[in-house]
Design a protein around this ligand. Structure first.
Ligand code: COA
Length: 164
């Protein structure tokens, strides 16, 4: 377990060609397909970093910003924003590429939080991430604010479930 840079585990422009069976009834790409692929890729980033089994604990700010259409190419990117004791935030982004014009549109973005688990499925300590570029350092700072919101929300929900 060693500190890693963001670049060491990031995924850039994983491609997915949109075929007719990938569409919803409105003839745009089915959102569930995009969400499933994002979860899978973000998990790869988390497991590359932590070098152990991880599970998704939270997804937030998942926004479908623009539709994508049959024949276009989806470009998926995922990179680690920040690590804490056992949890990590992975930022994801999807662009749609028009193969005829080469034009790119930002269509989806979100934040996935994963927890690294030990052999007994208990949260385990992970190595820190080292942000290098200014953009990575900004994401690292902003991730702390999002974590505070996530934890506050999670505590409220737990209290509600207990009937407090
Ligand atoms: C992930 C899981 C083991 C955490 O259990 P827990 O009892 O909440 O554990 P802890 O309270 O010790 O928290 C562990 C870490 O998760 C973080 N966490 C817990 N709930 C969270 C939430 N809703 N959002 C963000 N982070 C959360 C904690 O902040 C802590 O992070 P840290 O160690 O970096 O400080 C448990 O919630 C779980 O098994 N969830 C189901 C996961 C799953 O099945 N995913 C879908 C399939 S992959």
């Amino acid at each position: 377990m060693r500190e890693k840079t963001v670049a060491e585990t990031a995924i850039h422009h994983h491609t997915y060609k949109i075929f007719p069976n990938d569409l919803n009834t409105n003839k745009t790409v089915f959102g569930g397909l995009v969400m499933s692929t994002l979860d899978r890729l973000a998990l790869v980033v988390a497991e590359r970093h932590s070098e152990c089994v991880c599970v998704t604990v939270s997804v937030d700010a998942l926004h479908f910003l623009a539709p994508a259409y049959e024949g276009e190419i989806l470009l998926f990117s995922a990179s680690l924003n920040r690590t804490w004791r056992s949890s990590m935030e992975v930022g994801v982004r999807v662009d749609a590429e028009n193969p005829r014009t080469g034009e790119h549109r930002h269509v989806v973005s979100a934040y996935f939080t994963f927890v690294a688990l030990d052999e007994k499925n208990r949260p385990r300590k992970i190595a820190p991430v080292k942000p290098e570029t200014d953009e990575q350092k900004n994401r690292y700072q902003e991730a702390e604010l999002r974590r505070n919101h996530r934890i506050a929300f999670s505590l409220k929900r737990k209290a509600r479930d207990k009937g407090e």
